[in-house]
Design a protein around this ligand. Structure first.
Ligand code: HEM
Length: 471
């Protein structure tokens, strides 16, 4: 990738970061240093594979998960050599999707100044996600269930989680999600700008998730505040801040767990999903009878992965979908007229494919591997960029086009392989019910002419703010 080399990089100090120059990104964008995604990636202790406890500050499976971390597996031997791109470049913050499209065109397997690799092509992301032996999920120093697990351990926890998120089971939640969405839409003002992320997406996500888990409505302000704090901490790139915010979230979850234990000590009382999870058995060859209940740390980790990341994912996904229908009258008219739930779901998936708010997932290589003509060493940190892969013309025959049915088989919004999103059916019901409640409750949805749409900044995707006028 000689055409796109970093020409000056001597070390990860701030002065040097300012000197990083990646060909293809303009000088006007040197105005600030954004240390968001990769401040932590610049710190790279080279340590043997740890045996780590469940828990810790890395909160979940979403884009946030590609944020601050200290990766102990990373191979630092090649640090400091030429890189292909700079994740701190402000151009990325202006329009992530365009920057990734451009990078995929000139360097689809791209190395950044910290020595991390990013895969941007559909074929490469798909291959890495499917080859879970070469591309391990044990890429964080904190273990989370099931996200950071590999092999048989992952299978055991995943089979427990899949029981709760089984499509047949979560279909029973549709009336609840409909009621939640209708209440939120009914409370939105008409004829003035409303933010589809903050005023529609976030309350729908928080209330739907709370109803599913059996958490009290009174938690809503704390959960909403937490989503914002988490995003801020993730953007800051400061590990201590991220750890703090994660700890605050774990505290909310622990209270819910403690409430259900009540005076009974270890057995959880109650009929809701949280209590059921506390009583659920996970396969464990070391346990008497081959199975056991989850430890408190495991319960908190599972609940954290169901909520901490996904509230933000669902809220931002609703922002993307509302933006798309507000900006495309023809699509909006067609979807308003359809009563075919499967067609709505395919349309929503396609909108998310074009603008995937769940940007990336991380892996660490367990052996040297060749990808796109590059040699990626064992122990390398690798980001699978779902947003870029989902827009790869070679994966879809033209990323600008919108034919939902044709693109569905290659759509990677919910991932692929062993770690494919177990929450897909749940998220799909939430998104469809939010959109159809909006259609039923309005005659028109249009972008607010006087207000700016604001895109999210890395490592988050989609929009931070989508002002629309409901008619
Ligand atoms: C629009 C919303 C959502 C999107 C776009 C999304 C996307 C994804 C993607 C791409 C992955 C694969 C990550 C990887 O391969 O490393 C994933 C994994 C996961 N998702 Fe989702 N997700 C969403 C909502 C949800 C919801 C609502 C839940 C739970 C209630 C959930 C739970 C999980 C879990 C636990 C994993 C890790 C699975 C594993 O490692 O085996 N997701 N998600």
């Amino acid at each position: 990738m000689t055409s796109s080399l970093v020409t000056s990089l001597e070390g990860p100090d701030r002065a040097t970061i300012r000197a990083v120059k990646v060909q293809g990104f303009s000088e006007r964008h040197r105005r600030a240093v954004f240390g968001v995604l990769h401040a932590a990636l610049l710190a790279r202790p080279v340590l043997p594979r740890p045996s780590y406890p469940i828990g810790g500050p890395v909160g979940g499976n979403l884009s946030e998960d590609s944020g601050p971390m200290t990766n102990r597996h990373v191979n630092g031997d090649d640090a400091g050599v030429a890189a292909d791109w700079d994740p701190r470049d402000p151009e990325l913050h202006d329009d992530q999707r365009a920057a990734y499209d451009a990078l995929r065109g000139r360097c689809p397997v791209a190395r950044d100044p910290s020595g991390s690799w990013m895969l941007l092509r559909h074929a490469d992301v798909r291959r890495a996600a499917l080859d879970d032996v070469t591309f391990s999920n044990a890429a964080s120093r904190f273990k989370s269930a099931p996200n950071s697990m590999d092999g048989d351990e992952h299978r055991r926890f995943r089979s427990l989680i899949d029981r709760f998120l089984d499509p047949g089971r979560v279909a029973g939640l549709v009336p609840t999600f409909r009621e939640v969405a209708e209440q939120v839409v009914a409370a939105l003002p008409r004829g003035v700008a409303v933010d589809a992320v903050e005023e529609l997406g976030l309350p729908v996500a928080v209330r739907a998730q709370s109803r599913w888990l059996g958490w009290p409505a009174a938690l809503e302000p704390a959960l909403r505040a937490w989503v914002h704090q988490n995003h801020e901490a993730t953007r800051s790139g400061e590990q201590a801040r991220t750890r703090d915010v994660a700890e605050r979230f774990d505290e909310i979850v622990r209270q819910e767990v403690a409430r259900r234990r009540g005076t009974t000590g270890s057995s959880a009382a109650g009929a809701d999903v949280t209590a059921e999870l506390m009583r659920a058995l996970v396969e464990d060859p070391a346990a008497a009878g081959g199975e056991r209940v989850l430890t408190e740390a495991e319960t908190v980790s599972v609940l954290r992965n169901w909520t901490s990341g996904d509230l933000g994912s669902v809220a931002r996904a609703i922002g993307v979908v509302v933006h798309y229908v507000a900006a495309h009258d023809d699509v909006q008219a067609g979807l308003r007229a359809t009563e075919d739930a499967a067609a709505l779901d395919r349309a929503i998936d396609e909108m998310l494919r074009l603008d995937d708010p769940f940007v990336s997932s991380r892996r660490v290589t367990t052996r040297d591997v060749q990808l796109g003509g590059r040699s990626v060493p064992q122990g390398a940190r690798v980001l699978l960029n779902w947003t870029a892969a989902n827009r790869d013309p070679e994966g879809f025959g033209g990323h600008g086009a919108y034919p939902p049915a044709q693109h569905a088989p290659s759509n990677l919004v919910y991932g692929i392989g062993r770690h494919v999103c177990p929450g897909r059916a749940l998220a799909t019901h939430e998104l469809r019910e939010a959109l159809t409640a909006l259609f039923r409750g309005t005659k028109s949805i249009a972008l607010a002419p006087e207000e700016a749409v604001t895109r999210e900044t890395p490592p988050l995707g989609g929009y931070a703010r989508v002002p629309v006028i409901l008619g």
